[in-house]
Design a protein around this ligand. Structure first.
Ligand code: NAG
Ligand code: NAG
Ligand code: NAG
Ligand code: NAG
Ligand code: NAG
Ligand code: NAG
Length: 592
């Protein structure tokens, strides 16, 4: 009888909860004072427009995952390299069963039945509902917002609520208050008429560790230059030892195979005719029309695949981002791409050891709840042994306004104060963030994003390096403009300008931390290759290793700075610094 009466109590409780969902009381779950300045309210959202709502369920065991991540990534620990399995990471990411019950009852009270909910290993629920219903469920008012510079539209709300009893069972719901756009971090393309074939160069200059580098590399970066600069000349990777590299593509920026082959013919002849595996996530495409070629995707593939050939390589192409056409009453995913990408990756058995991503946005346009969630997903990939590199951004300490007179870097917290604008995922402590250098000898590229997170506290692995840097700053420097207790980045940097690329059938130069990121990832992939050949595991999450041991294999960049927000930004200096951190390896073999 005892179990029956318990069951009755349970039924009564759940029925009471179900009844209370629609009646409230509702309580604000998340709100923002105003959208970022560039988004202007345009019109009420059409009530029959379909929204793809992503409901993030809390992951009560995720703090344990963080603990495991640090143990398997820190070379001084016994468990270094003892990476977690897919099943293990999923067990740390799964929601509480009571949460799943509560959320399915809440959805059922609106006639929504999600059959997949109970199999949601990582705590995501996706439902498609018309704006009218979403407004009822979330006590929200959706509007169409127009981007004042690009004319793009998105459907968002500045506030949403949930029944009070559900607050502990929902981490967040998007698209609601997220106004991020996730740009590609590659700046303007400069066209050139003739491909400069580096093989014809005869004179050399001396690189950072006494290595000889073709003199042309001071004006034109090619894969040969990068191998010379970072001591990888003649290093041959294996096609069959199990090592792999991946790049991600978002925002409908596609790798053009013709461009890739044209680039290989000119700069990596051995790779001619070689292919890559395309993984489509959430309907992501890889449109081969020449007009659909993405500069970012071409740059990433040509360098990551060219430098590491014949390492097996994968392109992950994920759909989902603005722009959005408010007149089309069809389900368009205008959320954001990272959660879809992570959901796919974390449920995949086989992961590349190294993955490079050159996309991001201002941290303040990303809700903190979302940033935390996605950053934890990156931690889970790290715990599975994946080295993730992300670009630090192309706007110095600023926000990307090209005009220094008007680049005032407004905070979006209602106070409208000037502050440095960190970028995300660069600010996530569980990824390796790559800044940019230029010229030989290398100096900080002025556009190189660097600074301090306003969301994530400084992780212990960088405590010493960052406090050393801060202690050298003149007292009061930039007080109030940045958060000295925040996660500081970049972690490393590499060449980032005057990269030769083939794009839409022509050769051109491109620059940005989008260039340094696949470069650094490629060097790491080579180190992983050497480690696997030696019977070791790949390096996994790099930062605990980088800040404790790995930095000894890097050159220190001590000149240049990264202006923005009407300031000179941070100076590159001896040791770690946000103006420019250390560049990629000077001894590939030694550091492996
Ligand atoms: C490379 O170019 C920069 C900028 O023009 C120049 O300052 C530097 O001296 C050059 N390096 C060499 C080794 O010539
Ligand atoms: C690369 O693979 C795709 C399918 O995965 C195929 O359509 C394409 O022809 C291949 N390209 C080359 C150069 O082999
Ligand atoms: C591929 O891109 C071209 C050029 O942007 C476009 O016209 C075409 O419709 C696209 N194809 C598909 C299948 O989306
Ligand atoms: C929205 O989705 C529909 C159908 O999936 C597609 O045809 C349309 O091109 C999408 N619109 C935009 C702006 O992406
Ligand atoms: C913030 O302040 C600037 C300069 O005073 C002003 O141009 C801008 O409109 C303000 N923005 C908001 C959202 O108040
Ligand atoms: C950067 O270095 C310059 C020249 O030494 C100095 O004047 C400036 O105060 C430094 N800036 C910071 C933020 O340390």
């Amino acid at each position: 009888m005892r179990s029956l009466s318990l069951l009755l109590v349970y039924l009564v409780v759940t029925l009471a909860e179900a009844a209370s969902y629609k009646d409230g009381p509702f309580k604000v779950k998340e709100s923002i004072v105003a959208p970022p300045r560039v988004w202007v309210e345009h019109a009420p959202a059409p009530s029959n427009h379909i929204l793809e709502l992503r409901i993030a369920l809390p992951q009560p065991f995720s703090p344990l995952l963080e603990k495991h991540l640090l143990e398997v990534s820190d070379p001084s620990r016994k468990r270094y390299g003892d990476y977690l399995s897919k099943q293990e990471t999923e067990s740390f990411l799964s929601p509480h069963p009571h949460t799943i019950d509560s959320v399915s009852e809440w959805l059922a009270s609106y006639g929504i039945h999600d059959d997949d909910l109970h199999s949601s290993a990582q705590g995501w629920v996706t439902v498609r509902v018309p704006v009218g219903l979403a407004e009822e469920m979330l006590g929200a008012k959706y509007h169409v917002y127009r981007h004042s510079e690009t004319g793009e539209y998105i459907v968002r709300t500045t506030s949403y609520s949930l029944p009070e009893v559900l607050h502990d069972h929902v981490q967040f719901i998007q698209p609601t208050t997220m106004f991020a756009r996730f740009r590609a971090f590659s700046s303007t393309l400069h066209w050139t008429t003739v491909p400069v074939n580096d093989a014809s160069t005869s004179s050399t200059i001396t690189g950072p560790a006494g290595n000889q580098v073709d003199a042309s590399c001071n004006q034109t970066i090619t894969p040969t230059c990068l191998r010379q600069l970072y001591h990888a000349v003649g290093y041959e990777t294996s096609a069959t030892n199990g090592n792999q590299i991946g790049i991600t593509s978002y925002l409908g920026l596609y790798v053009n195979d013709h461009d890739l082959q044209q680039f290989f013919e000119a700069y990596v002849p051995a790779a001619c005719g070689s292919n890559y595996t395309t993984v489509s996530i959430n309907g992501g495409q890889n449109n081969q029309s020449i007009a659909a070629a993405g500069l970012e995707a071409d740059l990433d593939s040509q360098y990551a695949f060219g430098l590491t050939y014949p390492t097996p390589r994968t392109l992950y192409t994920t759909a989902g981002s603005p722009p959005f056409d408010p007149d089309l009453h069809v389900p368009n995913n205008t959320n954001e791409p990272y959660s879809y990408w992570l959901e796919y990756m974390l449920s995949a058995e086989n992961l590349p050891q190294t993955i490079s991503t050159s996309y991001g946005d201002d941290e303040q346009t990303v809700p903190e709840s979302y940033a935390n969630r996605v950053c934890m997903g990156f931690a889970a990939l790290g715990a599975r042994g994946v080295s993730l590199t992300f670009s630090s951004g192309d706007y110095g300490v600023g926000d990307g306004d090209p005009n220094p007179e008007t680049q005032l870097c407004f905070s979006n917290d209602g106070r409208n104060t000037t502050m440095f604008i960190p970028s995300f995922p660069a600010s996530c402590p569980f990824v390796t963030t790559v800044g940019g250098t230029i010229y030989i000898p290398e100096t900080a590229a002025s556009f190189s994003g660097g600074g301090f997170s306003n969301y994530f506290p400084r992780p212990s692995y960088q405590d010493r390096a960052v406090s050393d840097y801060l202690s050298k700053l003149a007292p009061g420097t930039y007080e109030g403009l940045y958060n000295p207790d925040g996660r500081a980045y970049p972690d490393v940097s590499a060449q980032s300008d005057w990269f030769m690329v083939a794009y839409q059938g022509q050769f051109g130069y491109v620059g940005g931390t989008s260039a340094s990121t696949p470069t650094f990832a490629s060097i790491i992939s080579m180190v992983n290759d050497a480690r696997i050949n030696a019977g070791k595991k790949g390096l996994g999450f790099l930062n605990p290793w980088l800040y404790s041991v790995g930095y000894a294999g890097l050159n220190d960049i001590t000149t240049g700075h990264n202006p923005g927000c009407g300031t000179e930004g941070f100076n590159a200096s001896i040791g770690w610094d946000p103006g420019e951190s250390r560049e990629a390896f000077h001894h590939l073999n030694k550091s492996s």
